[in-house]
Design a protein around this ligand. Structure first.
Ligand SMILES: *[C@@H]1O[C@H](CO)[C@@H](O)[C@H](O)[C@H]1NC(C)=O
Ligand SMILES: *[C@@H]1O[C@H](CO)[C@@H](O)[C@H](O)[C@H]1NC(C)=O
Ligand SMILES: *[C@@H]1O[C@H](CO)[C@@H](O)[C@H](O)[C@H]1NC(C)=O
Ligand SMILES: *[C@@H]1O[C@H](CO)[C@@H](O)[C@H](O)[C@H]1NC(C)=O
Ligand SMILES: *[C@@H]1O[C@H](CO)[C@@H](O)[C@H](O)[C@H]1NC(C)=O
Ligand SMILES: *[C@@H]1O[C@H](CO)[C@@H](O)[C@H](O)[C@H]1NC(C)=O
Ligand SMILES: *[C@@H]1O[C@H](CO)[C@@H](O)[C@H](O)[C@H]1NC(C)=O
Length: 882
């Protein structure tokens, strides 16, 4: 290619689009870096078993950082006053939503539109006054709606339209006032089974206002409405089995107008508590249920009680009678004389002091009798000779003494409750006939001596409650007669002595509660637990078990309890530092949970857990531990939950070497941890929940990794992370850790990727620009560089010049050069000229030819013409010459 060949200057057709594409990619790169990634540290709530729990947080709005995978959302007891349309948009799999106890007065329409999976919604105790048209739009799968205790007056006729699957509606304690509003609700609910409209100030009930919309209703609560006329002229509740029509808030008699006795003839449970009607009306009410009634509640009746008992006991199917809050003082011999079919009688919450000895004589089928919350001072003789009695509840009376005949002949009794009385002592004979007793509740009395009551007679007893009494010692063989006992509650007594062999015979015992007594460590050393070979759970909290060295005990206290799963030994009121003997847990090969919280522990021996390979939960919080050996954890690789709150430990570094690959839950509140390193977290691959509340964090680059992890990881929930505070450096004290800017710290991979892609893109833009617009200038620069090299190479050689002059000219000027210039200079002057068409070496690169020619000539002569100036090659020749 000679000097002067015409070059193509048009831009490639695709060039502009290419440029736009690059700019777009560049912006995209920036955007993807800026968009925040939602993390797993929630601002106010926590997630537990896929339930978002935000209870009692003073929230004023629904939090938006709940992961969209949660299935239940509990927002109860907050201060939310308004539900916005977008509040629940992102929770498509939610099945349960609890908004109980807020200040909600407004719900934007469509707020629930995306909750198509929702099954239960609780809006109880809010301030709603009306239910607007599209309020519940979208809740097509809802089965349960609770909207009790609001101020609802108005209901739009279409507001319940979409809830076709609703089975339960509780709209009690509102102000509906008219049954037509109830109708406008339930007409859209073909599958409604339970309807609660208690206390809505309804004044009338006419069946024609309901039509036949309530075909599937089984449960209806109309109680506490001042209904003046209850009029049923059609069978509007053909499937009703549970009906509450009790209690009017006003002193006004309700008129009963049910034309056909078959209309309520399937009701089996009827509650007429506090109902004010004439005796004749109640009678005709009871007549309508004469063949179906099984359970009747007549609590807090104002009048006619004996007559009502008589008439209701004439219903042969009626077996359960509840008569609470009736201010009965005395039960006469005739009160229940007609109740021969009653099997369950509930006289709770009366003022009964005396019961006639033959008051229950007719109740020959009675199985359950409750006399709790009365004023009895002894076990009434009337309770004997009930041949089928299985449960007797005498709790919360004033019984102070139990006699040997009190439970005579109660051979069928399975459950006896005597708690909350003032019994001070038992005797050997009290329970002698209770051969079938399974559960005995004697808690909260003043029993200080068992007097051998449990040494015989109780072959079937499985649960014995003796907590909250005044026992001081457990004597040898005290529970010898309780071979079937499984649960024994002895907590909150004053026990300080456990005699040798005190648990003899309790071979089937699985749970023993001994917390809050005065047991000391020397009581354990005697092997008192050796008889409890089936024990699963032993609670010794809040006693005073304390050792002053960690050297091995001569006799390990739990060495025979190889089935024990849970052991708790925390203390509360017991001063002084302590240690745990290194063989304290010897024998507990199946221990799953060990709770040693708050025992003023100074150290833990590294061999402590060698005996408990199954351990899953370990709580050593609230101790003064300064140091933990990583070896402590090597025998307990199954650990799933670890509590190490409130210790004097300065870091979690002992976890890095502990190999706790199964640890899921870590609670380490209120420690002095300032930095949580990546190694610690990486060493816990199964961690799903970590609670680091109340630590004093360093707000610097040391925690940059932690910060990023809290926000970005999607496996581990970091409880309360948004409230973590800085403690160091001093100028950041009190600031929130998550507000810290870590940009300056993070030379992280992502950032490097970002920078390098950005640079690559920029570079390719520059290259493409240059290629399109400055291609030839680059070529010059390249050749200039070559010339420079050549120059330096030839400077030293001082080679003799081959030509006198090199002629640089444009091809178009060639005729002139050959015809005019050449004869003049070569012919007349005798110069040796170098001409490119004549003297350039064929095959050699043009550029080399040019440079060789120029360097081989003493002078360069340029034939300057317009064409010459236009030509790229020619201007290059000038450049090279210069
Ligand atoms: C509604 O519930 C049914 C049965 O529980 C389920 O199969 C269906 O997918 C649910 N619909 C929606 C939209 O979640
Ligand atoms: C009510 O009953 C009438 C006739 O008995 C029937 O035509 C109508 O479809 C029923 N309505 C409902 C909602 O079941
Ligand atoms: C119920 O029916 C029985 C006969 O089966 C009768 O003796 C009794 O008086 C009726 N009771 C009421 C409340 O109607
Ligand atoms: C216990 O039952 C027997 C026989 O059924 C009877 O003779 C005895 O009087 C009863 N004892 C008491 C205290 O009622
Ligand atoms: C102890 O428990 C086992 C299994 O629960 C049971 O088979 C056995 O009968 C019980 N022993 C007594 C004396 O109740
Ligand atoms: C942790 O596990 C590794 C290999 O699984 C083992 O080499 C190391 O000794 C273990 N460390 C402890 C403290 O058990
Ligand atoms: C969690 O993050 C990991 C890696 O960052 C990713 O592979 C995984 O898909 C994420 N899981 C979910 C449920 O987002």
């Amino acid at each position: 290619m000679g000097c002067g060949v015409k070059e193509d200057k048009t831009t490639a057709p695709g060039g502009r689009k290419y440029f736009e594409l690059i700019v777009f990619l560049f912006l995209l790169n920036i955007i993807s870096f800026v968009v925040p990634i939602t993390g797993f540290a929630l601002k106010t709530c926590r997630i537990s078993y896929n339930i978002a729990i935000c209870v009692r947080n003073d929230l004023r709005a629904v939090p938006r950082d709940i992961p969209s995978t949660v299935e239940a959302f509990d927002l109860s007891s907050n201060k939310i006053s308004r539900i916005q349309e977008s509040d629940f948009k992102h929770l498509p799999v939610l099945t349960q939503l609890d908004l109980n106890r807020n200040y909600i007065s407004q719900i934007e329409s469509g707020a629930f539109a995306n909750l198509t999976s929702l099954k239960r919604l609780n809006l109880n105790n809010n301030k709603l006054t009306e239910l607007g048209e599209d309020l519940f739009h979208g809740l097509s799968n809802l089965t349960e709606l609770r909207i009790m205790s609001n101020h609802i007056k108005a209901v739009a006729s279409t507001s319940f339209k979409s809830m076709t699957r609703l089975k339960l509606l509780d709209i009690s304690h509102n102000k509906l006032q008219h049954i037509t509003k109830v109708h406008s609700i339930i007409q859209h609910l073909p599958h409604l089974r339970e309807l609660y409209i208690k206390n809505n100030n309804l004044t009338t009930f006419h069946s024609w206002e309901l039509t036949n919309s309530s075909l599937e209703l089984k449960y209806v609560d109309l109680s506490q409405n001042p209904i003046s006329v209850f009029s049923v002229t059609a069978d509007v509740f053909p499937n009703l089995t549970w009906f509450n029509i009790g209690g009017s808030p006003r002193k006004q008699l309700m008129k009963w107008d049910v034309r056909n006795k078959t209309f309520l003839s399937r009701v089996s449970t009827l509650d007429i508590s506090g109902l004010q009607m004439t005796f004749d009306d109640i009678k005709s009410l009871l007549e309508t249920v004469n063949s179906s009634l099984t359970s009747l509640r007549m609590n807090a009746m104002k009048q006619h009680l004996p007559a009502l008992i008589n008439i209701s006991c004439s219903i042969p199917t009626m077996s359960t009678l509840q008569l609470r809050y009736n201010k009965l003082r005395f039960v006469s011999s005739g009160l229940f004389k007609l109740c021969i079919n009653v099997t369950e009688l509930d006289l709770t919450e009366n003022k009964i002091r005396n019961i006639h000895d033959s008051a229950f004589r007719s109740l020959q089928r009675l199985r359950i009798l409750s006399l709790s919350h009365n004023r009895l001072s002894s076990v009434p003789a009337a309770t004997r000779n009930l041949p089928t009695l299985g449960e007797l509840d005498l709790s919360s009376n004033n019984i102070s003494k139990l006699g040997c005949d009190d439970f005579t002949n109660q051979t069928m009794l399975r459950q006896l409750s005597l708690y909350q009385n003032s019994v001070s002592a038992l005797s050997e004979c009290v329970f002698k006939d209770l051969i079938r007793l399974q559960v005995l509740k004697l808690q909260t009395n003043r029993i200080s001596n068992l007097n051998g009551a449990f040494q015989k007679y109780f072959p079937k007893l499985t649960k014995l409650y003796l907590n909250k009494n005044e026992l001081m010692a457990i004597k040898q063989g005290e529970f010898r007669g309780l071979q079937s006992l499984q649960n024994l509650s002895l907590h909150e007594n004053k026990i300080d002595t456990l005699e040798n062999g005190c648990f003899i015979g309790l071979t089937n015992l699985t749970d023993i509660l001994l917390q809050k007594n005065h047991i000391k460590e020397n009581e354990l050393n005697k092997g008192v637990f050796n008889d409890l070979i089936n024990l699963r759970r032993l609670d010794l909290r809040d006693n005073c078990i304390k050792y002053n060295s960690s050297s091995a005990l001569p006799y390990a206290p739990f060495s025979q309890l190889f089935r024990l799963e849970t052991l708790a030994i925390p203390l509360q009121h017991c001063k002084g530092k302590s240690h745990l003997p290194r063989n304290f847990l010897q024998g507990l090969t199946n221990l799953l949970v060990f709770n040693a919280r708050n025992i003023q522990l100074l150290s833990l021996h590294k061999d402590m857990f060698n005996y408990t390979p199954q351990l899953q939960t370990l709580d050593i919080s609230s101790n003064e531990l300064m140091d933990l050996s990583p070896e402590l954890f090597s025998p307990i690789q199954n650990l799933q939950s670890l509590y190490v709150s409130r210790t004097s430990l300065r870091s979690l570094n002992y976890l890095t070497d502990a190999n706790l690959t199964k640890l899921q839950f870590l609670q380490a509140r209120k420690n002095q941890y300032s930095v949580i390193s990546e190694e610690i977290i990486q060493s816990l691959p199964a961690l799903v929940y970590v609670d680091l509340q109340g630590n004093s964090f360093t707000c610097g680059c040391d925690n940059a990794w932690l910060l990023k992890w809290i926000v970005n990881n999607n496996q581990t929930q970091v409880f309360d992370a948004y409230n973590f505070e800085c403690n160091y450096p001093v100028n950041l004290k009190g600031k929130k850790l998550l507000d810290l800017s870590i940009q300056s710290c993070s030379v992280d991979i992502e950032f490097i990727y970002f920078i390098s892609t950005t640079c690559t893109i920029l570079l390719s833009m520059v290259v493409s620009f240059t290629y399109h617009f400055l291609r030839w200038h680059l070529a010059y620069a390249y050749y200039l560089f070559l010339a420079f090299l050549f120059d330096t190479k030839h400077k030293n050689k001082q080679a003799p010049n081959q030509y006198d002059a090199f002629i640089s000219y444009n091809t178009h000027d060639e005729p002139w050069v050959i015809r005019e210039l050449l004869p003049k200079l070569e012919g007349e002057q005798g110069w040796r000229l170098c001409l490119h068409h004549r003297d350039f070496e064929p095959g050699k690169p043009i550029v080399d030819n040019i440079t060789d020619a120029i360097y081989g000539s003493r002078k360069t002569i340029c034939v300057i013409s317009r064409r010459y100036l236009d030509s790229e090659w020619c201007s290059r020749e000038i450049q090279v010459a210069r």
